[in-house]
Design a protein around this ligand. Structure first.
Ligand code: UD1
Ligand code: MG
Length: 461
């Protein structure tokens, strides 16, 4: 395509009533990313001179913070009065150098750049008028139908609610994606009224207006209806997500990842999974989760933005956020790693252990019922069951530093800030408030006393 004569207007200001949501439709997520960002990414890939996003004030609040990799301008359409009105708003910002304008609805997140490029190519070959992207649906209910003449040229597009019985039997539907010659679009837009079932300005009316004016209206067929399905309600949202997820899982299967029961897994585009890693049923991975080779991720684990190196075992029902787990470590079952946890090589974090903003050196073991917060723990140290770092004094957080090869007896409380030297031993049940020097035994508990009590004899009955 000749560069930079095409501008794209993305329509994203509609109310999305069928979503029944406070959140604007185009900001609903598919695999962790909004529908709108999928559409904008596809649009960038055909290298337009600019993108204009027509949005509602609510959407503007969110998108104005997006980092966009090109000249994108946001225009507010309020109130939304239909797709033709939205295009009118978009045109007010259009660069005068744009010869062609692509209209891209914000609710078709799966559309591929290749399909968009094919439409532009069709536009360039006819040189004028309008190109509409259609697809054939077994059940076209709800969509605008493309009415064609015997040559296959478009006569008009009629919306579901305004269609007569014979028009409703047409399977060729309007995907909502169109490419216009800009000058014609501006001219003909003036003729669009609101004489329809919804009382809105329909962009689709332009097909008939162009045709009546003797301007060519072509349609390009998209072979895969799913690619261009417009998401209007939550059922469609979940169907499209299911398809995307299926494709993502297949991609990782091809790269050597085992999914024990793929239908039960959720992961997002940001996941990177190593060869010979096995993912058990019910695992959820959100954001950027990187898993090395030969790992096992146990049933029901939830992992977010985390780096897991090779040969790690995450046992069932562990919850892991923004952490690093190094080679050979074992975590869980029922472990909770909160942000900032760094679990060293071959370390072990066992059941009902919570770790937050703490660094466990290689070989550290914290196997049962423990809370480690703001702690640094040296190599091969063993943390006994029930150990707690008391890191919060009601106002501030304080660090606990434990050396190498320390033996922490069960039910120890570290009242932070506190430092323990290498090779120290701590007696079970201690409340440690003072530093323990290297190689010493710290005991901080009441000494046991056994008090003799004379046995009262029961009186004989
Ligand atoms: C539209 C088409 C229909 C097509 C279908 C494909 C019209 C009149 N109908 O119907 O022919 O089959 O898409 O999915 O164009 N929007 C605005 N401002 C508005 C109204 C809508 O920005 O005033 C935006 C929406 O946010 C959405 C897009 O335009 O992203 C399409 O609007 P939507 O209400 O989903 O139209 P459909 O009923 O799906
Ligand atoms: Mg729609």
């Amino acid at each position: 395509m000749e560069d930079k004569i095409l501008s794209v207007i993305v329509l994203a200001a509609g109310r999305g009533k069928r979503m029944c949501s406070k959140v604007p439709k185009v900001l609903h997520h598919l695999l962790g990313k909004s529908m709108l960002s999928y559409v904008i990414e596809a649009a960038w890939r055909i290298r337009p001179r600019e993108i204009i996003g027509v949005v509602s004030p609510e959407v503007l609040e969110v998108v104005s913070e997006w980092e966009v990799n090109g000249p994108i301008s946001w225009v507010v359409q309020s109130p939304p009065q239909g797709t033709a009105d939205a295009v009118r708003c978009g045109l007010s910002r259009l660069s005068p150098k744009a010869k062609y304008v692509m209209i891209l609805p914000g609710d078709v997140p799966l559309v591929r750049p290749e399909t968009l490029a094919a439409m532009v190519a069709e536009m360039e070959s006819s040189g004028e008028g309008l190109v509409v992207l259609g697809t054939k649906l077994n059940n076209p209910y709800g969509y605008g139908r493309i009415v064609t003449d015997e040559k296959g040229d478009v006569l008009k597009i009629v919306e579901e609610r305004d269609a007569n019985e014979s028009e409703r039997t047409i399977h060729l539907i309007n995907t909502g994606i169109m490419v216009f010659e800009r000058a014609r679009l501006m001219e003909e837009l003036k003729g669009v009224g609101t004489d329809n079932a919804q009382g809105e300005f329909y962009l689709t009316d332009l097909a008939a207006l162009f045709r009546e004016g003797g301007i060519p209206v072509k349609s390009v067929l998209c072979e895969d209806p799913l690619e261009v399905s417009g998401i209007n309600d939550r059922r469609q949202l979940s169907e499209v997500q299911k398809d995307l997820l299926g494709r993502l899982i297949r991609r990782w299967q091809e790269k050597g990842v085992t999914f024990v029961n793929p239908e039960t897994i959720y992961l997002e585009q940001g996941a990177i999974l190593g060869r010979d890693t096995a993912i058990d049923p019910g695992v959820v991975m959100r954001g950027k989760v990187r898993v090395g080779e030969g790992c096992r991720i146990g049933v029901g684990s939830v992992i977010e933005n985390t780096l897991i190196e090779d040969g790690v075992e995450i046992r069932p029902y562990s919850v892991i956020e923004e952490s690093v787990i190094r080679s050979g470590a074992v975590v869980g079952p029922f472990a909770h790693l909160r942000p900032g946890s760094d679990i060293g090589n071959n370390a072990k974090v066992g059941n009902f252990v919570e770790v937050k903003k703490s660094r466990l050196a290689p070989g550290v073991k914290a196997s049962h019922l423990t809370y480690l917060g703001d702690a640094t723990i040296g190599e091969d140290t063993n943390i006994g069951a029930g150990t707690i770092t008391c890191n919060y004094d009601g106002k501030r957080k304080h660090p606990t530093t434990i050396g190498k090869n320390v033996f922490v007896g069960s039910n120890t409380a570290f009242v932070a800030p506190v430092t323990i030297g290498d090779n120290a031993t701590i007696a079970a049940g201690s409340v440690i408030t003072k530093p323990i020097p290297e190689g010493t035994l710290g005991v901080a508990r009441a000494r046991q006393q056994n008090i003799y009590r004379r046995h009262k004899r029961k009186k004989d009955a």
